[in-house]
Design a protein around this ligand. Structure first.
Ligand code: ZN
Length: 156
């Protein structure tokens, strides 16, 4: 009788130990899922804020110093969120999704920095180099130029 009682008590003790573990596990999964949603929502929020910052800067509501400080702050936050998303997601899917988001951020960064005059004019130059070249000597020229600065050939 004692032996059966002992077995029963041990089984009960094991169940008592296992139950919180089971619950903790179930809760952890739930918490992770909502954290993932939170992170995705926050990421979208940060992206929206970055777009707003860019708009405010273009409208002159933000001066360059304020814009740069805020932009830096939100880009840092976006990077943190991306890292957390990578951590939360599985390795295989996480890498893929992470790469996708990084591309998104890179594109956003490109878009937001394109507003800077230096970047924009440099890009215009690059575009000009690609599209307009003298047919005779290959020297890049600007859209308005009438003659090649190197060989003098008329440009069309
Ligand atoms: Zn030429």
């Amino acid at each position: 009788m004692d032996f059966v009682l002992t077995i029963a008590l041990v089984a009960l003790a094991l169940a008592a130990l296992a139950y919180p573990l089971y619950r903790a596990h179930a809760q952890a999964v739930t918490v992770n899922a909502s954290t993932l949603d939170d992170l995705l929502a926050e990421r979208d929020g940060v992206y929206a804020t970055l777009r707003d910052l860019e708009l405010d800067r273009q409208l002159g509501k933000l001066d360059a110093a304020d814009y740069n400080a805020l932009h830096e702050k939100y880009m840092t936050r976006a990077a943190q969120i991306l890292q957390e998303l990578d951590t939360l997601r599985g390795e295989g899917a996480g890498e893929e999704a992470g790469a996708e988001i990084e591309k998104e951020v890179a594109a956003l960064r490109q878009k937001t920095t394109d507003g800077g005059r230096r970047t924009a004019s440099k890009q215009d130059q690059d575009a000009g180099k690609k599209e307009l070249r003298c047919a005779n000597c290959g020297r890049p020229y600007n859209a308005g130029d009438k003659f090649c600065a190197r060989c003098g050939r008329a440009l069309h």
